[in-house]
Write a protein that binds this ligand. Sequence first.
Ligand code: TGC
Ligand code: FAD
Length: 396
Amino acid sequence: MNKSTKTDHYEHHDYYGIDELLSEDHLLARDAVRDWVKQEVSPIIEDYANRAACPTHLFKGLAEVGAFGPSIPAEYGGGGMDEIAYGIIMQELERGDSGIRSMASVQGSLVMYPIYKYGNEEQRKKYLPKLGSGEFIGCFGLTEPDHGSNPGGMITNIKDDGDAYILNGAKMWITNSPVADIAVVWAKDEEGKIRGLIVEKDMKGFSAPEIHGKWSLRASVTGELVFEDVRVPKSNLLPNVSGLKGPLGCLSKARYGIAWGAVGAALDCYDSALRYSKEREQFGKKLGQFQLTQKKLAEMITEITKAQLLSWRLGTLANQGKATPAQISMAKRNNVDIALHIAREARQIHGGMGITGEYPIMRHMMNLESVITYEGTHDIHLLITGMDVTGYNAFG
Ligand code: TGC
Ligand code: FAD
């Protein structure tokens, strides 16, 4: 399979006229990213996913279409747009592949955002333009081998050593870590407070081995972060935040983008299933003429439309600075869940062909198995909603 043989036939689906709620800038940003995905991602993604290889050459193109930190001010390397523009860009990227959206989510929301929000001016100037242009690749280290859903239990730590901190510990499941130039790492200080540090790839004692054997997000590279007495200059500490709210604040940004992104994967599955149902015949009829196929398609577009409205409303709240972490959790959980369900239904409509790389369905379905787990699992987000409505914490 090469670039010239894989054509992307995707057509836009907007059942409730949500485009009318978008500004011209939103539509321009969306169309630019959609065109880029059609030209640069769709022709190659199946091949990269098959080979479990990350198309790292796309980092530059992602930067050029404004996918890194769309809502971070332009003078700090971002796009200077609003939260809806950010969301809609993530939707178009994930329409292509969740792994491509992951590359952008991590770079923009989990690396640029904490440096912008919690860093000092010197750190912002040093790192953000290079991250925004794709010259530097970043990763975000929160999860540890024994602390996933409960990051507050982390054991990675820093100890004061004059003009530096000595960093020890390990992080697990880190998107982009093997190819990253810098890592934003969360570690406990000697008082047990969680602090953020910028760790550079050449620092002695730091390594980032790749995790192999994933059946999901195969076109995204994932690895560990291992710190063995790494001397990190004190000037690399993010000075303006301490405590778990630092990393969780970044997660709120990224989860918001995933809520939009997952709708993109759902749209691609629906689009493919709808087209297939009008082409494929059995028993002398198009598949789309059978009631059971129509039930699947009607339910898909209903759930997509609900998810689009949830994302749009969340975006307007985010633009006003009013989107709460619990509202973001609800949208992330719902939209990823419906996307996964839609992928499974779309796979059925494609019959045997649905399991092949000829169609994007299995790739989306397998990707979404990670998306439903990372950035807070499906059940963790349910517990966040449960705690928000009852006031009782059911985590511990
Ligand atoms: P808790 O006591 O509830 O909160 C500690 C402090 O944080 C504040 N806070 C938040 N702030 C901003 N955004 C949020 N979403 C926040 N959630 C909580 C909170 O107000 C409090 O502040 P303060 O001032 O009182 O200190 O913390 P907890 O230890 O009880 O944990 C709660 C829990 C379970 C919800 C949290 O730990 C959690 O969300 N766990 C899930 C872990 C997770 O999502 N990990 C993601 C790792 S990164 C990743 O997956 C990247 S994938 C990227 C890609 O490829 O796209
Ligand atoms: P666990 O926390 O062990 O959970 C296992 C199961 O137990 C889940 O079903 C969970 O819902 C359930 N569970 C846990 N606690 C409770 C509870 N209190 N009540 C009820 N059920 C519970 N992390 C990063 O820091 N940076 C990254 O860039 C990153 N990228 C990732 C990329 C991929 C491809 C993947 C798969 C993960 C990535 N992660 C990253 C890690 C991800 O955030 C974690 O996998 C996720 O938070 C869950 O942690 P865990 O895998 O340790 O599962």
